[in-house]
Write a protein that binds this ligand. Structure first.
Ligand SMILES: [Zn+2]
Ligand SMILES: [Zn+2]
Ligand SMILES: [Zn+2]
Length: 253
């Protein structure tokens, strides 16, 4: 399995438009963070989790020319806004794109991308095959995926486990039952927004605590704000086996 970090930034990305802070002005490529998303290549299949506003740029940067499924964690715009660009895969693969999400998220996609779901479609609009998740494990082209529900303040969000890789984003609290589903993973990728308290996202210390509760061999933090600090300074303070993800990072397992 090969995992590629497509984006590791929070909703505004890093740098933030117009921001003069040291992180946004940093020349380190690891401080340039597109909106959070991850690509998983497993047994010849290609899966993306979330298609945020940077989806097109991410597909081009990583030269992804095959996409078998798109999984959505939740309906926030930084995770869904790029869905229109699955059209390229519709044209290349001559089939509808299988999309997997909770029913509530599908409803929101229908409102935001009404033209994709309308009865009479304008030629060339994205073509999706809708798959509603009910919280039970499911298969994508023969690959088993385990949804892991976490809470984003009060909003339920799905993390996903594929084999020994678990991806959780936009979590604030995680039930013991969900922690258990993530345990035994070799690699965990989980959100860590900033150092100061936030209503709906894990802070750095909370994410470290969560990483230790899950106990993966290696944990990578994603969905970072510019308020977190620079990649170099934060990673230097982390416990063993915990790292900061960055755009373009590839992990093999
Ligand atoms: Zn988000
Ligand atoms: Zn900034
Ligand atoms: Zn969110």
């Amino acid at each position: 399995m090969k995992v590629t970090v497509l984006g590791s930034g929070t909703s505004q990305g890093v740098p933030v438009i117009g921001c003069q802070c040291t992180v946004c002005q940093s020349l380190d490529f690891r401080d340039k963070r597109l909106r959070s998303s991850v690509h998983i290549e497993v047994e010849g299949k290609s899966i993306v989790i979330d298609s945020g506003p940077d989806f097109r740029q991410q597909m081009l940067r990583e030269r992804i020319s095959q996409l078998d499924a798109l999984l959505f964690t939740h309906e926030h715009k930084d995770h869904t806004a790029g869905m229109d660009d699955i059209r390229s895969f519709n044209f290349l693969q001559e089939k509808d794109m299988p999309v997997y999400a909770a029913p509530r998220v599908i409803e929101q996609l229908k409102r935001e991308f009404a033209y994709v779901f309308s009865e009479k479609k304008y030629p060339g609009v994205p073509m999706v095959e809708v798959n509603e998740l009910d919280g039970q494990p499911f298969e994508v082209e023969g690959i088993q995926v385990i949804p892991i529900e976490v809470l984003h303040y009060k909003l339920p969000v799905y993390g996903f486990r594929i084999g020994d890789f678990t991806y959780i984003t936009d979590a604030k609290t995680i039930s013991e039952e969900s922690l258990e589903k993530a345990r035994g993973s070799k690699i965990l990728m989980i959100n860590a927004l900033q150092q100061t308290e936030h209503l709906s996202h894990l802070t750095l210390n909370e994410a470290i605590d969560m990483a230790q509760k899950i106990g993966a061999d290696a944990t990578y933090f994603t969905h970072l704000s510019h308020k977190m600090g620079s990649h170099k300074t934060i990673e230097a303070q982390l416990p063993n086996n915990i790292y900061i993800a960055y755009d373009g990072l590839q992990l093999s397992l």
